[in-house]
Write a protein that binds this ligand. Structure first.
Ligand code: AMP
Ligand code: MN
Ligand code: MN
Ligand code: MN
Length: 279
């Protein structure tokens, strides 16, 4: 038996990814992933399909989700892993986040209309195609109507924080999200901690409060992270006694520098998040 390969963060067409849950699982298996978590934004609607595909590919599927949370007025992402998707605390959380996303989409669309964009909500909903609606679906509409040349410029010009179509959202609090995941038997992990551009003191505060609220892990290895990020997050994970997670944040095969299962191993000094998963 070769060593297990974990990838515990990726997206399907059930949120802003480009592959269906089945195609995603098949690609992961082909890339040598042995343990995968599908972590769509604020939804678990792809998990059942992913599980069926995983059984066919002999891949271990760990239930997952990426929850948008608010902490100290900052929007952060938290990965939930290894929980019971049918638990009432999860369905309640997914419903309330869905409502927040629907309200936010209407407000984003309204702002885009003021910029001359035609029927942005209908276009974004068509792009989401039944999956959880998110900003990349609006970005696609901006590209299609010639307002942006690519995703990056759609965020830079319209959708990113502080830009004309940005809508600040009061997501579920970090504490409530952790409570709900824990109630459903799962663990909470801070996603891509380096992406929030927190100062050292804010990062320490985040890790300390997250741990005190019952948070268990932090992504030490993320897609696109560099050696400096990995070293500093390993030290912080040890210092705050958090377990380390590994996730590519794969969205599409078109982005060649983020691939499923192509991640550096966790340093031996960090205890892996999967050490707390029971078989
Ligand atoms: P939302 O959850 O609706 O706020 O959308 C956030 C998603 O947009 C992230 O998960 C990324 O997939 C994508 N995203 C955020 N910022 C950028 C960016 N600057 N360029 C391209 N995609 C982005
Ligand atoms: Mn995304
Ligand atoms: Mn994220
Ligand atoms: Mn993600």
């Amino acid at each position: 038996m070769s060593d297990p390969v974990y990838d515990l963060h990726c997206h399907s067409t059930c949120s802003d990814g480009r592959l269906s849950p089945t195609d995603l699982v098949n690609r992961a298996a082909q890339k040598g992933v042995t343990h995968l978590a599908l972590t769509d934004h604020d939804t678990v609607m792809g998990v059942d399909e992913a599980r069926i595909a995983a059984q066919a590919s002999n891949l271990n599927l760990i239930t997952g989700v990426e929850i948008s949370v608010t902490w100290e007025n900052k929007p952060l992402h938290m990965i939930g892993l290894n929980f019971d998707t049918s638990h009432s605390s999860i369905s309640q959380l997914m419903n309330s986040q869905d409502l927040l996303r629907q309200e936010r989409s209407q407000r984003i669309a309204h702002k885009l209309e003021k910029k001359g964009v035609k029927e942005p909500l209908a276009a974004a909903l068509a792009n989401a195609n039944g999956g959880m609606i998110s900003r990349p679906h609006f970005a696609q509409c901006l590209i299609d109507q010639g307002y942006a040349k690519d995703f990056e410029s759609a965020f830079r010009g319209y959708l990113g924080a502080g830009k004309p179509a940005y809508v600040a959202t009061q997501w579920v609090s970090m504490e409530t999200a952790i409570e709900n995941l824990t109630a459903a038997g799962g663990v909470a992990v801070i996603a891509h901690p380096r992406r929030y551009r927190l100062s050292h003191s804010w990062m320490r505060r985040l890790l300390e409060e997250f741990k005190a609220m019952g948070g268990v892990g932090v992504e030490v290895i993320t897609g696109g992270g560099n050696q400096g990020d990995r070293d500093s997050m390993s030290l912080l994970a040890e210092r705050y006694q958090l377990l380390g997670s590994v996730g590519s944040d794969f969205h599409t095969a078109e982005n060649s520098w983020v691939e499923l299962g192509r991640l550096k191993p966790l340093p031996a000094s960090v205890e892996p998040i999967w050490s707390c998963f029971t078989a």
